[in-house]
Design a protein around this ligand. Structure first.
Ligand code: FAD
Ligand code: NAP
Length: 742
């Protein structure tokens, strides 16, 4: 470890002989520290040290002479007032006034015995007035200056974490705000383009600033790529590595913490508290890591909650903040470990196991040890393997240990009697409580008679898909493309606490149907054909559902979704289930500002294009070409979704669906009808690289959005292909990922 310049300063500060008068409270405290080593025998021997200090006139006179010898006048009256308050409370006494030493002439002072460090610091009983010698005083002064410097710098460095995240968030908010202003300016000041050609020109010119080389370079090297080139959604062993821009942010945070836990340790040779350099370092490092760890707590809770106002401000998703949450928590845990190890080493060095045992009886101490163990347990139970395979175990242990950590930390910091550190625990609890409160509000806003919320689930063995429809006419909150909801299943009392996120595919309602009859729908986008007439008639004649409902397409896995599947399979008709709906969550990607959009989706990832399509085809959207590349395992799922869930939207000329059947050998006759909406049907997995490259070529210099939602390999392929397209000169390309990753 490097010693800072201040070390040299502090070391040189210790001189032997007359020294310049010092000012401030450290000077007065240094005299006190020196004289605390002395027992003056004019006080009652049986009373406590503090009461003795109030009783002893020899001590008072020695202190006042020390003040006069080494300190300026600053702060003396205040010091006396504070001492007297303490003495009044403790012993109903006041200290003698300063003028008890006013009759000391310089000669008298010169004759007063000087207390050297070697005698003083070993403890001594006296019945006379003394003055610490210059060296002893200076050691006390430097000891205190270093100790108080540390107290302040710990907090300053802890606050630096907040400055760091404020800067990160400000960049996010700034970027979002700039994009918003640009969009508003475009809408307000531009003439509405009349035809396709004008539309293209309009886009080219208006997008020009966005296509600046620096932004392109930023996208290519910083914003889009996986940190180490390819794997981003996929795990690397037992880890996941966030995209490069997030990884850089996190790395900066980790480096900042490491640096701020490693610098500014002014070692004082002759330190009266901790004579050995190693003891000073252990103490300062332990305190620094303890303070910064605790100060990081509210950030951990802020970033980990669903209802985090920063998501709304920046437009960054839950996945991004989840990465921040995890890394702040890891750093805080590492700091807590150093803090605990540091104190354990210091205690063991001082008195071995006996001493340790005494500490373990102290309430604040064992609570601190438990808090660190709790934090480590949270990390242990959050490893990627467990999160993936036993999500509910991860969640329950996460909540239980978080409560344990908050409670034990509360009792750990009780040692600071002024309660100045409790604020970080209160803040964390507050953030958690607000999140739970807003979750409840969202559930009530969906249906304030929440106990009456019903969902209608059906499971089709051929498609291996659960279709869940939840009537939503009573909901107070509007839905937007890209929204997702957390769903609870109340049918099974054991699992009512479990809730899982699902993308809203679309809202099945009469109003949406009227869109297709609306005269505002741009007819030029569709060439009349037999199939379109047929599909229109199909749509127009279709019965509007009695009430609006949210439609979710759910792939059954092992936990929540397998229970849902079991319940839905119990009857051949739609099964009525009691559910709770918490949402909506999630931001809308501004896809309607792009002329070209390519969705690269796998399986139930089709929910994402479904949720955006109506908006993209409605008035005000700039979308001209929407290409959906869908990898789907079976013909049955393809036919079912394209017929039922696309609701005729595939009939629009702007939309192209290329379906890739990956695991079905045989196309049954009864499915052929359902496949007529599919533009291209291919066998085998899509070549994601080629699909992105083709989309980029077709888009030319016009805006292109690549939206990936599917298995992690597919998402990583799409990310890499986007970066390659950028490298090939397609500067107008943007990448959005809707898949959730840990
Ligand atoms: C924003 C978002 C939208 C989603 N939309 C859909 C959708 O429309 N259709 C669909 O079929 N699936 C969707 N999913 C995935 C769906 O949430 C999981 O498949 C589901 O939670 C699995 O539950 P399970 O208990 O059956 O899974 P398990 O068999 O226990 O686990 C399967 C996988 O799901 C992950 N998972 C489990 N619970 C959660 C949770 N609460 N949050 C995040 N991940 C979890 C696990 O880590 C594991 O990787 C979405 C996920 C997210 C994050
Ligand atoms: N909004 C959201 O965040 C959201 C919404 C819904 C779903 N999801 C996620 O989407 C994923 C898909 O779930 P699912 O179970 O419904 O899918 P699935 O049935 O397993 O289908 C995935 C399809 O993608 C293909 N595929 C896999 N990797 C590929 C690659 N690298 N290149 C091309 N094609 C590839 C598969 O081919 P093979 O048959 O050859 O494997 C399969 O056809 C899950 O991770 C789910 O969590 C996310």
């Amino acid at each position: 470890m490097r010693f800072p310049i201040s070390l040299v300063f502090f070391s040189l500060g210790i001189c032997h002989g007359a020294i310049a008068l010092k000012s401030g409270k450290h000077c007065l405290s240094a005299c006190e520290l020196n004289l605390n080593y002395v027992t003056f025998n004019d006080a009652d021997a049986k009373v406590s040290f503090k009461v003795k200090a109030c009783q002893s006139r020899l001590r008072a006179a020695s202190l006042y002479l020390c003040f006069a010898e080494y300190c300026t006048q600053d702060g003396r009256d205040e010091w006396l007032r504070e001492e007297n308050t303490g003495c009044q409370r403790l012993a109903n006494l006041t200290l003698p006034p300063f003028d008890i030493v006013s009759n000391y002439t310089p000669e008298d002072v010169a004759r007063v015995r000087r207390l050297p460090a070697d005698r003083g610091s070993s403890g001594i009983i006296l019945n006379e007035v003394v003055i610490p010698d210059a060296n002893f005083f200076d050691r006390a002064f430097q000891t205190l200056v270093a100790a108080y410097f540390e107290v302040d710098i710990h907090v300053t460095y802890g606050i630096a974490m907040y400055y760091f995240w404020v800067t990160v968030i400000a960049i996010g908010v700034g970027t979002r705000f700039t994009a918003l202003i640009r969009r508003v300016q475009r809408q307000e000041w531009s003439p509405i383009p009349e035809d396709d050609f004008e539309l293209d020109q309009y886009r080219d010119t208006k997008h020009a600033p966005m296509l600046s080389s620096s932004y392109t370079l930023l996208k290519r090297y910083i914003i889009f790529p996986a940190t180490f080139g390819y794997r981003c959604s996929q795990n690397v062993g037992w880890c996941t590595i966030p995209p490069r821009i997030q990884a850089l942010t996190i790395a900066t945070f980790v480096v900042l913490n490491t640096v701020l836990c490693s610098v500014s340790y002014p070692v004082v040779h002759g330190n009266l508290y901790w004579p050995k350099t190693s003891d000073q370092l252990w103490r300062y490092v332990s305190d620094r890591t303890g303070v910064i760890s605790l100060m990081n707590f509210p950030l951990v809770w802020l970033f980990g909650t669903r209802n985090n106002v920063l998501m709304w401000l920046t437009g960054w998703g839950f996945g991004t903040f989840n990465n921040f949450h995890r890394w702040v928590a890891r750093v805080a845990t590492a700091q807590a470990m150093v803090h605990s190890v540091g104190y354990t080493v210091m205690i063991m060095q001082r008195g071995g196991w006996n001493h340790m045992w005494k500490y373990l009886q102290k309430h604040y101490f064992w609570n601190g040890e438990l808090a660190t163990i709790g934090m480590c347990a949270i990390l242990g139970f959050s490893v990627y393997g467990l999160r993936r395979s036993h999500y509910e175990i991860f969640l329950v242990t996460h909540i239980i240990f978080s409560i344990v950590v908050l409670i034990t930390m509360f009792y750990h910091v009780e040692i600071f009697v002024d309660g100045e550190w409790n604020i970080f625990i209160y803040l964390s609890v507050l953030l958690w409580a607000v999140d739970r409160f807003v979750r409840t509000l969202r559930t009530l806003a969906f249906n304030w008679k929440f106990w009456n919320t019903r969902g209608f689930a059906s499971y089709d063995i051929a498609t291996n898909l659960i279709r869940l429809e939840i009537p939503c006419s009573q909901s107070m909150l509007k839905t937007k493309p890209g929204n997702y909801y957390y769903l609870y299943l109340l049918n099974d009392a054991l699992f009512v606490h479990q809730n899982h996120p699902f993308t809203l595919a679309y809202v099945n309602d009469a109003k949406a149907d009227s869109y297709w009859r609306s005269p505002s729908r741009p007819d030029i986008q569709r060439t009349p054909s037999y199939s379109s007439i047929e599909s229109d008639s199909l749509l127009y004649s279709s019965q509007a559902p009695p009430v609006s409902s949210l439609v979710f397409l759910i792939r059954p896995y092992d936990g929540f979704t397998s229970r849902l599947k079991k319940l839905a399979s119990l009857t051949r008709r739609r099964r009525s289930l009691r559910v709770l709906v918490e949402g909506p969550y999630g931001d809308t990607i501004p896809l309607h500002n792009f002329s070209n959009i390519a969705f690269v989706v796998g399986g139930t990832g089709i929910a994402v294009p479904l949720s955006y399509l109506s908006r993209l085809l409605s008035e005000g959207s700039k979308a001209c070409n929407i290409h959906i590349v869908w990898a789907v395992r079976s013909y049955a799922l393809l036919a079912d979704v394209s017929q039922r869930d696309f609701r005729g939207l595939l009939d629009d000329e702007r939309v192209t669906l290329t379906a890739h059947i990956t695991q079905d050998d045989e196309l049954k006759d009864d499915l052929i009808d359902g496949l007529k909406y599919v533009d291209r049907l291919k066998i085998g997995r899509p070549d994601v690289d080629a699909a992105v490259e083709k989309a980029a070529k077709e888009a030319g210099s016009r805006g292109l959005a690549i939206v990936a939602c599917g298995p992690s390999t597919m998402a990583d392929d799409a990310r890499r292909a986007t970066v390659r397209a950028l490298a090939d000169g397609h500067r107008s390309i943007e990448y959005f990922e809707e898949s959730f990753k840990w």
